[in-house]
Ligand binder design. Sequence first.
Ligand code: PEP
Ligand code: MN
Length: 337
Amino acid sequence: MVIILKKNAPQKQISTLVRRLEGKNLTVHCSQGVNSTLLGLVGDTSSIDIDLLRADDAVEDVKRISEPYKLANRRFHPRDSIIPIGGHSVGEGFFHVFAGPCSVESAEQLSTIAESVKQSGATFLRGGAFKPRTSPYSFQGLEEDGIALLLEAKRRTGLPIVTEIMSDSQLGAFADVDILQVGARNMQNFRLLKALGQTDKPILLKRGLSNTIEEFLMSAEYIMAGGNEKVILCERGIRTFEPSIRNNLDISAIPLLKRLSHLPVIVDPSHAAGISWMVRPLSKAAIAAGADGLMVEVHNDPKHALCDGAQSLNPEEFDALMQDIRRRIAFEGKQVA
Ligand code: PEP
Ligand code: MN
């Protein structure tokens, strides 16, 4: 971090500032130029509040030269993190498809979909039990009953399950869930992230609707700072000015996240566009860009789905997608499942 001092800052103010910084275990290097004086900070600056520094009377500006996230940063952890879950390895070199309905609706619906996605080659079963809906009048999910149905489907198919947690008060209900999903709307629910950091559960963290890559990685950092390093990042499309699709899949986020971080990166092409026919081309793009997996919504009767039917594939479409995925994954030299 570099601090640019004000041109005529009194020496007394500068000394007070330097002492304050040294008190935070930082080494301060001063370089006096003709037009400006700079303070270079060496050490762990992650707890420095930049806005507070900028408000100091002696300070003109502050520039970060290293990222504010440490645990999620590839710089300090050059090797890719591979997360073991339910007998599978998630991360670089492997490829997994997490498939299932947007919402768990009934025992029959879930078991039909679970059997068929397994048959087609999915390795994880997804399904929302607690649903974050824009309208309070929309179907909110079967809640605890939905989790019981997911566990039943897991017993029957052997597929590990992933489902969304919306509040730390729900943690008890998720004791047997394999992967806890943090949805886009909760990416910056810091209280939830901190609570998840105290667990040893793998967390699937989705990027917020309008969040930057740095904010996304800082949310991963929240979980990791609590001691839980099992975080999977999920790019699911971001808000742009384009109204004809639900979100815009940020393809560049995939290589960027993989470069900046060692964590696995998967892509959700269903929420990215909100249109079922676009799931296949977006899936191919995600694989080509280096994704470690896909999360795909599948419904046995998309037209009558209680949530996100327009973006859900039917089992036949999903099967065709999986055949395509397998070919492309083999081409990328990755291991399927
Ligand atoms: C979901 O996966 O069902 C979901 C609600 O996704 P997102 O949080 O990305 O909107
Ligand atoms: Mn959905």
